[in-house]
Design a protein around this ligand. Structure first.
Ligand code: UDP
Length: 368
């Protein structure tokens, strides 16, 4: 008998959720993570009462009541609703694209006028089934919104032409003919009161966790500790990049403390022009309605990913999808390794989707 039932590689949402479910069923888990903290990219660094979203803004939202109740069983969530603004050449527009945005762009005051304006723009384009992000965006909102609020932001965010990006990325954003600035359509939304670390701590309570520990420093040793492995790192790394590297888009964050109580009046302001090198500025205190005399802001810069950098966004184009499939075929043959999470599944997952996937895989593995 080995010391642990499961060795869980990665203390992010997938690993922590799986560990929690396994512990509940009496299984012994060891969670290891190469970073100095648990929680993966939801980790927050607390600075004088402000929880700084260390790896970029995370806003929890879901339509699934079970998942909402699951996360709320660890920490209470506040009523934060994401309503980002878009700054384009010094003018502010509401997001997602809704009647407020249409009014700000064209002065139209009714849904009918807005629809007509967009329809006219779409009609002149003659697009069939959208083949890429540009066509998908143009077909949804027409040329004005595409040129001002989508093209520049998207191309700097991804470092690629919008014609070379998959269409599904832009379908994340709602388009509405109501005056509703809620970025998400989901029924449930909020930020953990006291920060995301409370969620991580709740999930990992009573579980052995080893930080600053890299699985690849001694694979054989770590494998010898447990009956099975749950691996949440990059799938190509697990297989020693034998079919080539999977590509990602990376980010660089610049955190700044300012001696002012309120810098931008909103948690998220996007900068949609191509010429401005960052995509957004986050003012963390507004996620929790903070009233501190100072503030902390973060500039988010998209960055070209190279091996060794943080892999934030999978680049799900044809080339990478094919390569991922090859790795996936190998992973499906493993009988003692469970793969999951944004990196191992190479999917543009939101938090609730990662948790959902971990709950399903835990149930499949451990039963009800
Ligand atoms: N997007 C855009 N303009 C915006 C915000 C988003 O064109 O002002 C596009 C962009 O291509 C981005 C995608 O929509 O990659 C998804 O945006 P979301 O805010 O959902 O992305 P995340 O917060 O995960 O980076």
């Amino acid at each position: 008998m080995k010391q642990y039932d499961y060795l869980i590689v990665g203390a992010g949402l997938f690993g922590a959720t799986f560990a929690h479910q396994a512990k509940k069923r009496g299984k012994k888990c060891l969670v290891i993570d190469k970073r100095f903290h648990a929680g993966g990219n939801i980790y927050c660094k607390e600075e004088e009462g402000i929880n700084v979203h260390y790896y970029g803004a995370h806003i929890f939202h879901t339509n699934d009541r079970d998942i909402w109740e699951f996360v709320n069983s660890f920490v209470e969530f506040n009523r934060y609703t994401n309503s980002p603004l878009a700054n384009y050449k010094g003018k502010l527009y509401n997001l997602p694209f809704n009647m407020n945005t249409f009014y700000q762009l064209w002065g139209v005051t009714t849904p009918e006028e807005a629809q007509q304006k967009i329809n006219e723009q779409i009609a002149s384009l003659n697009i069939g089934e959208p083949q890429n992000l540009e066509e998908q965006a143009l077909k949804l909102v027409g040329t004005d919104i595409y040129e001002k609020l989508i093209k520049g932001y998207t191309e700097k965010q991804w470092g690629r032409k919008a014609t070379e990006l998959p269409a599904f990325i832009i379908k994340r954003l709602p388009v509405r003919y109501t005056f509703d600035n809620n970025y998400f359509n989901d029924k449930y939304q909020g930020i953990p009161i006291g920060g995301y670390n409370k969620l991580t701590e709740g999930l990992l309570a009573g579980i052995d966790v080893q930080l600053n520990t890299n699985f690849f420093d001694d694979v054989e040793h770590f494998k010898s500790l447990a009956e099975k492995i749950v691996y949440t790192g990059p799938l190509d790394e697990y297989y020693n990049y034998q079919f080539g590297e999977l590509e990602y888009r990376s980010l660089r964050f610049e955190h700044k403390r300012l001696e002012t109580p309120n810098f931008q009046g909103n948690a998220v302001v996007n900068y949609n022009e191509r010429e401005i090198p960052y995509t957004r500025i986050i003012e963390h205190k507004h996620f929790e309605f903070g009233t501190q005399p100072h503030t902390i802001i973060t500039y988010e810069y998209p960055a070209t990913w190279e091996k060794g950098m943080e892999p934030y966004y999978p680049l799900n184009d044809d080339k990478n999808s094919k390569r991922f499939k090859q790795y996936q075929e190998l992973s499906e043959k493993e009988s003692n390794v469970i793969f999951g999470g944004r990196l191992a599944e190479y999917r543009y997952y939101d938090m609730h989707q990662v948790i959902g996937s971990a709950l399903v895989k835990a149930k499949r593995e451990l039963g009800d």
